[in-house]
Design a protein around this ligand. Structure first.
Ligand code: MG
Ligand code: MG
Length: 620
């Protein structure tokens, strides 16, 4: 695959964008006119820079409002084209993108459009250049790639071909099947973009909300797979207009772009019964969660875990590391004074520094991650300790890839078991239900793509959740069997709980962990006995729930007594309760699901408001 990206997709100035695009591993770059005209460098100099970076200039774009112009303007339009050709030759590209006209003056007369493109083709040929014709979704007369293809066929000029853009086709629901009728040799360029499903005018949707393949809701995999099937082997170029990308990190978005293309190519190949990368990782469980905490914080955290019904299951053979256990849940508290956890603790304070996922083949997972340009983490391993491979994940936390089936052996090799106290009764927590990350709004799509491209997963629709001090964008990424669930929360306001977390914590990280119980009422009673400080839920909430769901008096009083939140959908019921926050940075949740697969979004504002009331108070 020849990978390319349009300069408009990235933040920064043109010269910086070129460097980031080259470093990310792209083969080519589309020069967007605006980036060129705002540069102090002449087109020849930019052309040289592109080549010095080892890149190819894929296309110069756009050339607007060309075809079907009235006679009075027609000559002027061809003069403009000749000037574009000069710039293209200086840049060192042979292809210009002509997008279908939006001008009120343009005629929809097919013969005229065809004649205009034929003449442009002649003029281009004289200079050794080519014309790519693209149907804009909001084009005045041509707004469907099937029309653009009919026109290109009618033009029948070797220098005039078609440019396809997934956004323009997919937002208009142009059937992807129609690609099968296109001659691949006549497709000069394919532009790729995804987007969230929004109900808005096409131009604003395109200019502000496009995103990278995998980040949105459009069927881009089907689209790419159809291009593969007809044998298109030309450039695959990202063209993303997104306000968030314009404020994001140039380098990160370039890497994300490269990652999304590699992911897309593989996902499309798999749809066609082939593969381009090792298979998507299928995690079977969250095997452990590791906290970095100094001795004092570690003691307080251990107390909180005890209140949650955990027991100390083991001590590391030679490190200051504890293993806490309940049901299938393993929590590690790492209080070492050197190594990764210690560095993490210095920056973030007591917090989750790593998550261990059980996976079938860690080596294969590492190969996929490397192909997707994910960072591997390695540190010295003490003799006798197992080396578990890990990737750098959200906010610098680690994602360990634990070989499935070897979990027990690893605990045994590294920890001296501690017998449970007699008598001991836990709180009925069985397994980890979900892990919730908080991050800045600008990073949200990056980490979403990280998980989506690494794992065989599905993502829930993005939700906006009301915090008392701003909106939080929230989306879950779930493994196919839902044994592993992550929720990502991005805050655009500086004052939401998520944003305060980011400031207090210094960056993105795990904000809460939800444990699953099979009996929330029994668990709530045990947690009360054990002295867990819970988040208080206001009486008004219960009255609202009663009104909304017609709950019976007995259930309602049990919910109230346990400080339990309730949700219901067409499929089932959800129960949730929350601990108070630890060191103002993270907290725990307990959930019970009865055939319910959501996350209680309607309860989130109540939780956030309740937490806002405690924001100046430290519990542990
Ligand atoms: Mg386009
Ligand atoms: Mg939750």
């Amino acid at each position: 695959m020849f990978t390319s990206i349009a300069t408009v997709s990235l933040s920064g100035v043109l010269e910086d964008k070129l460097g980031a695009i080259a470093r990310a591993g792209f083969d080519g770059v589309e020069i967007f006119e605006n980036d060129l005209i705002t540069s102090p460098n002449a087109p020849e100099v930019i052309g040289r820079m592109i080549r010095d970076h080892g890149l190819v200039c894929t296309v110069y774009q756009p050339f607007r409002d060309f075809e079907g112009m009235p006679d009075a303007i027609r000559q002027r339009t061809f003069d403009r084209a000749e000037r574009k050709f000069d710039t293209m030759q200086a840049l060192g590209t042979d292809l210009v993108l002509v997008c279908s006209s939006v001008s009120a003056a343009a005629s929809g007369d097919r013969e005229r459009i065809v004649a205009d493109l034929q003449e442009l083709g002649e003029r281009a040929t004289a200079r050794g250049l080519r014309i790519g014709y693209e149907a804009l979704a909001w084009g005045r007369h041509v707004n469907d790639h099937r029309d653009a293809w009919d026109i290109v066929r009618a033009v029948a000029h070797p220098a005039v071909g078609l440019i396809l853009d997934s956004f323009h086709s997919l937002v208009r629901d142009v059937p992807t099947m129609s690609i099968s009728g296109i001659d691949p040799a006549k497709i000069f360029l394919v532009q790729l973009a995804d987007a969230p499903r929004l109900d808005m005018d096409l131009l604003s949707w395109s200019r502000h909300f496009r995103n990278l393949p995998g980040q949105g809701d459009l069927p881009v995999v089907d689209y790419f797979a159809a291009l593969e099937r007809i044998g298109y082997r030309g450039p695959m170029s990202l063209e993303i207009f997104n306000d968030r990308f314009r404020t994001g990190s140039t380098n990160q978005i370039a890497i994300d772009g490269y990652r999304s293309l590699r992911w897309l190519e593989d996902a499309a190949a798999r749809r066609n019964g082939e593969a381009r990368l090792p298979p998507p990782v299928q995690p079977t469980a969250v095997e452990f969660i590791e906290f970095a905490a100094d001795e004092e914080e570690g003691g307080a955290l251990a107390e909180m875990l005890e209140a949650l019904g955990f027991r100390l299951a083991g001590r590391h053979r030679h490190k200051s590391v504890q293993w806490w256990k309940q049901g299938e849940i393993n929590i590690v508290i790492n209080s070492e004074t050197e190594g990764f956890a210690h560095s993490h603790n210095i920056v973030h304070g007591a917090s989750v520094c790593a998550i261990g996922l059980s996976v079938g083949d860690p080596e294969e997972a590492l190969e996929r991650a490397a192909a997707l340009r994910m960072g591997r983490f390695q540190q010295a391993v003490s003799p006798g300790d197992m080396e578990i491979p890990s990737l750098r994940s959200v906010g610098g936390t680690l994602l360990y890839l634990v070989p499935q089936g070897r979990e027990a052996a690893i605990w045994e090799a590294e920890f001296v078991p501690v017998a449970p106290p007699e008598p001991f009764a836990d709180a009925g927590l069985k397994r980890i239900d979900h892990i919730a990350y908080s991050m800045a709004y600008e990073e949200f799509l990056s980490w979403q793509l990280f998980f989506v491209s690494l794992m065989a997963s599905r993502k829930t629709p993005q939700l906006e959740i009301a915090d008392p001090q701003g909106l939080v964008e929230s989306q879950a990424i779930e493994s196919e069997d839902r044994k592993v669930r992550f929720t990502l929360n991005g805050s655009s306001s500086q004052r939401t709980l998520s944003a305060r977390f980011l400031r207090g914590y210094v960056g993105a990280g795990v904000q809460h962990i939800a444990f699953e119980t099979d009996d929330i009422f029994a668990t709530a009673a045990r947690l009360r006995e054990r002295g867990l400080l819970q988040l208080d839920i206001p009486q008004n909430y219960y009255e609202d729930r009663e009104a909304q769901f017609g709950l019976d008096a007995d259930l309602l009083s049990r919910l109230e007594e346990g400080g339990i939140l309730y949700d219901r959908d067409a499929d089932g019921e959800y129960f949730q309760l929350y601990s108070r926050a630890f060191a103002k940075t993270f907290f725990f949740e307990v959930v019970q699901r009865r055939s319910y697969e959501g996350y209680g979004a309607s309860n989130a504002p109540v939780r956030l408001a309740a937490q806002a009331r405690f924001k100046d108070e430290t519990v542990f």
